[in-house]
Design a protein around this ligand. Structure first.
Ligand code: PBG
Length: 338
C-alpha cells in the first residue's frame, strides 16, 4: 500500500514509538532479575571486602562478607551467583590442587551462601587457573602446554568436591576436550546425578577477560590461552564445540564473552533447545564503567542496552557483574527509563 504523495507515508513506524506507554506495549525483549547471575570472588579471612581496581563496584570478599552480598542479591530477585575462589599465592601449585580441598574457599562460600540465601542458585565455576602457580587452566606437560587429559583426571574430582559442598550447578570453564563427559560421570558416581552442568561451551580467547585476571589473580605467568580457548575468528568451530558438549550431557550452554559474540549466541539459540547463558565478562563491564566515570557515556543506560542486546540475541541467562544494580533498577522501575 503506497500513498499517492511521497511526502505523506501511509506506514509510519513512529506511531508506535510516540509515548512510553506505547513503547512499553510493543517492547519485544524484557529482562527479569531471575535471569541474572552475579559472579562473586571469595578470598581468605574475615571481614574482607576489597574493591577490584580494574572493576569499579566489584569486590573480593571473605566468606562472611560474600554471604551478605549473596543475600542482598537474593533479596533483589537475582537468580543465582557464580563463585570463584581466589587463594593466596602460597596455596598455589603446579597442578592447582587447592581446587580439590573440600574445606577450600569455594566449598565454604557455597555453604555460607546456602545458609544466608537458600533460594539463590549456587553455580560453581570449575577451572584450575585460579589455583595453579603458573596461572594456566590445568597442569602442564613437558613442553609447557596445558595437558588436556591430566587436567581431566583432576576435573572430575573438583566437580565432586563442589557438588558435595552444595553447588547447585557445575560450570566448567577450562575448555578441555571431554570435560563435560568426565564431570557427568564423576557426579553420577558420587551420587550427584541431580546436579546439572552449565558448560562454557563456546569460550573464546578474549582480551576482554583482562580485569578478571586481576580480580582472580589468574593471569598466565607465560604465554596465553589460545591453545585451549577459541579463536575469535571462528563461528563454525563454536557450533562444533557446542555439539560436543550437548553429546556429552551438558544441561545448559554458555557463550563467552557476550557482546563480541552476539552472532554466536543467536546461532546457538537457533540450533539448540537447551537453556543458553551468556557471560558479559569483566572487560565488557569495566569498559562501560570507565567510560561512565569519564563522563563519556551514561554507564547505566549503556549497561542496560548491552544486557537487552544480549537477551535479544537469544540468551536466557545473563551472567553480569551488574546483576545486583540491574535487578534493583528493574525492581524500582528505572530500567529503561530515560
Ligand atoms: C576461568 C575463567 C575466566 C573467566 C571466567 N572463568 C578467565 C579466563 O578464562 O582467563 C573470565 C571472566 C571475566 O572476564 O569476567 N577460566
Amino acid at each position: 500500500m503506497k500513498s499517492e504523495n511521497p511526502l505523506h507515508p501511509l506506514i509510519r513506524p513512529r506511531r508506535l514509538r510516540a509515548s512510553p506507554g506505547l513503547r512499553g506495549l510493543v517492547r519485544e525483549t524484557r529482562l527479569s532479575p531471575a535471569a541474572l547471575v552475579l559472579p562473586l570472588f571469595v578470598v581468605p579471612g574475615a571481614g574482607v571486602r576489597q574493591e577490584i581496581a580494574s572493576m569499579p563496584g566489584v569486590f573480593r570478599e571473605s566468606v562472611d562478607m560474600l554471604a551478605t552480598s549473596a543475600k542482598r542479591a537474593a533479596d533483589s530477585g537475582v537468580g543465582g551467583v557464580l563463585l570463584f575462589g581466589v587463594p593466596p599465592a602460597a596455596a598455589k601449585d603446579a597442578e592447582g590442587r587447592a581446587a580439590l580441598d573440600p574445606a577450600g574457599l569455594v566449598p565454604r562460600a557455597l555453604e555460607a551462601v546456602a545458609a544466608a540465601a537458600p533460594g539463590l542458585v549456587r553455580i560453581a565455576d570449575l577451572c584450575f587457573c585460579e589455583y595453579t602457580s603458573h596461572g594456566h587452566c590445568g597442569p602442564l606437560d613437558a613442553h609447557g602446554r596445558v595437558d588436556n587429559d591430566a587436567t581431566l583426571a583432576l576435573t572430575g574430582e573438583q566437580a565432586q568436591v563442589l557438588a558435595r559442598a552444595g553447588a547447585d550447578v557445575i560450570a566448567p570453564s577450562g575448555m578441555m576436550d571431554g570435560m563435560v563427559a568426565v564431570i557427568r560421570q564423576a557426579l553420577d558416581s558420587a551420587g550427584c546425578s541431580a546436579v546439572p552442568i552449565l558448560s562454557y561451551a563456546a569460550k573464546y580467547a578474549s582480551a576482554f577477560y583482562g580485569p578478571f585476571r586481576d580480580a582472580a589473580d589468574s593471569a598466565p605467568a607465560f604465554g596465553d590461552r589460545r591453545a585451549y580457548q577459541m579463536d575469535p575468528a571462528n563461528a563454525l568451530e563454536a557450533m562444533r564445540e557446542v555439539a560436543l558438549d550437548v553429546e556429552q550431557g551438558a544441561d545448559m550452554l554458555m557463550v563467552k564473552p557476550a557482546m563480541p559474540c552476539l552472532d554466536i549466541i543467536r546461532r546457538v539459540r537457533e540450533r539448540y533447545d537447551l537453556p543458553l547463558a551468556a557471560y558479559q565478562v569483566s572487560g565488557e563491564y569495566s569498559m562501560i564503567a570507565a567510560a561512565g566515570e569519564r563522563g563519556w557515556i551514561d554507564a547505566d543506560r549503556a549497561m542496560q542496552e548491552s544486557l537487552i542486546a544480549i537477551r535479544r540475541a537469544g540468551a536466557d541467562i545473563i551472567i553480569t557483574y551488574s546483576a545486583l544494580r540491574t535487578a534493583q533498577q528493574l525492581n524500582d522501575g528505572t530500567f529503561g527509563a530515560a
